[in-house]
Ligand binder design. Structure first.
Ligand SMILES: [Zn+2]
Length: 522
């Protein structure tokens, strides 16, 4: 009789929920594994149980690494799992590397009673195929269950965890009922306070004993007026955060997809009171913004101002204890940085002077069409001169002809094969086409902006600029027109227009759109 093969049984559940569920649950997986061991007459050395490990995390798991080591060392002959997807869920191509030890050691995987023997090359293919299908099926299920979740939300159920509910609201899953508990009392009191004249959120938070930062959100949650509202969704693609975590960005749902269900009736806070509080919050936010923008210390030249002496950025500084004093701009290279003395000796420049010079420049110079025409013509000439130089050599069609002839000569002399010749000629052909395309695009973009129309729009923008009250809108106009303005001793020494103004065909359209919004603001 053949010697019994040694195997390790692997059981995996990704979340605690699954432990309760029948299909992917622990008992069912154990049952399948036991049956397989009996039917195949295997010697089970050990059963490894992974809890709370998702399919994509398997590869990095320590227990799995240990099993792979055992396979490499040939202390076991294979692994028994209930389904292949218990072993892994390929999220990326490199995840299949998990199979390499099996291939190298010619091991066996038993999945759902089936035997994948890596002594035959077909096993590798089969396993990958099955895993691919499992993954495909999973995406289908996810898409389907997303629709199911939506249906549940629409019918007033709460298919999420209790942590998703705000303070004081309770949901009972078994009976599908919404209710409130004692923790809601301070929230209701906060709504009452705000509705009866206490508008300072910090003060309200102190009085009811809830943290101020939580208070901002609580007072805006429509659930307290009885309505559950789902107004945000997630972007389909994952992005990676600055700290390396992958997540899906929250985005507002399109209006037709927003779900509004009344779940608490009677509501803890009346609809009228809730609406009044929303109004108060919106107004105080507006007032705060207005106050911020009215401060004389608004940095009007943010990211545009540059040092006339060394071309580096100018930073803005003000005395925080005296916010009504204007403050000043200073060169980013002026002061000590990392223990080294700054390289630029430019003096600080007063904010009043620089802002004045900028406003004067825009209202005096940019409102004159003749001056503007001269400026734009000059900028365009400079841009064209900069661009023309590197292309001369490449666009010369003669070079391509020379290269082609050289290849043909080589072929005739028997240096290169027919295949080589064809390949290399095709390559040259591609290069030629690419360069022709670039040249065409350039011709288009140079011709595109109608100069007179552009000048008319810039002049209008400059006139509107005078009437803009909100400094943040002034900043927008400045940024739209200039890539940089250079200052020395309180005077503008030079400026760079936004490159898009000079040779971008979309610029005209954008500027037109901007003008509309500037007109509304002025
Ligand atoms: Zn400087």
């Amino acid at each position: 009789m053949k010697e019994k093969r040694n195997v390790v049984g692997l059981v995996r559940v990704s979340t605690d929920d699954q432990a309760r569920d029948d299909r992917g649950g622990l008992p069912r997986q154990m049952e399948v594994i036991e049956k397989t061991i009996a039917a195949q007459n295997l010697n089970c050395v050990e059963i490894v149980t992974l809890k709370g490990v998702s399919g994509t995390e398997v590869r990095g798991n320590r227990e799995i690494q240990r099993i792979l080591k055992m396979i490499e060392a040939r202390t076991i002959d294979g692994v028994v799992v209930a389904d292949l997807d218990r072993l892994m869920r390929p999220a990326a191509g490199q995840d299949y590397a998990l199979l390499d030890p099996f291939i190298d050691a010619k091991a066996v995987i038993f999945a759902n009673g089936q035997e994948f023997d890596f002594r035959s090359p077909a096993a590798n293919l089969m396993v990958k195929l099955f895993l691919g299908f499992a993954e495909f099926e999973r995406t289908l299920i996810v898409n389907r269950s997303r629709g199911a979740v939506r249906q549940l939300c629409l019918s007033g159920r709460h298919p999420f965890g209790m942590r998703q509910l705000p303070r004081g609201v309770v949901y009972d899953r078994a009976s599908n009922t919404w209710s409130t508990d004692d923790r809601i009392i301070p929230v209701v009191e906060a709504f009452r306070l705000m509705d009866t004249g206490t508008t300072n959120i910090a003060e309200i938070a102190r009085r009811v004993g809830v943290h101020e930062r939580a208070m901002h959100n609580l007072l805006r949650n429509p659930l307290y007026s009885g309505w559950r509202v789902y107004a945000t969704g997630r972007e389909p693609k994952k992005v990676v955060s600055r700290y390396g975590r992958a997540y899906k960005r929250k985005v507002p749902l399109p209006p037709e997809e927003v779900i509004r269900v009344q779940v608490l009736n009677p509501p803890p806070v009346s609809q009228e009171r809730f609406d009044r509080v929303q109004m108060i919050l919106a107004n105080s936010n507006k007032a705060w913004k207005a106050e911020r923008d009215d401060r004389p210390a608004y940095n009007l030249l943010r990211s545009v101002a540059r040092c006339g002496r060394c071309d580096c950025r100018l930073y803005f500084s003000q005395d925080r204890r005296r916010p009504n004093i204007m403050g000043y701009y200073f060169c980013s290279q002026h002061y000590y940085k990392k223990g080294k003395k700054g390289t630029c000796g430019a003096a600080n420049q007063s904010k009043a002077e620089l802002d004045g010079a900028t406003l004067g420049f825009i209202t005096d110079v940019l409102t004159k069409p003749q001056v503007l025409r001269a400026i734009l013509a000059h900028s365009k000439a400079v841009a064209e001169a900069n661009r023309a130089q590197p292309e001369l050599k490449e666009t010369d069609p003669a070079t391509f002809e020379v290269r082609k002839k050289r290849l043909k000569d080589g072929f005739e002399a028997g240096v290169i094969s027919m295949l080589d010749l064809k390949e290399r000629l095709a390559k040259i052909q591609l290069e030629e086409e690419a360069i022709r395309r670039v040249a065409q695009n350039q011709a288009k973009s140079l011709a595109a902006p109608d100069l007179e129309e552009l000048i008319r729009m810039v002049v209008e923008g400059a006139h509107l600029f005078e009437n803009l009250k909100d400094p943040s809108w002034k900043l927008r106009v400045i940024k739209r027109l200039f890539a940089g303005i250079y200052y020395e001793n309180g005077q503008i020494t030079k400026f760079k227009l936004q490159p898009s103004l000079i040779h971008d065909s979309v610029c005209e359209m954008n500027l037109r759109r901007d003008l509309d919004s500037w007109r509304r603001q002025a």
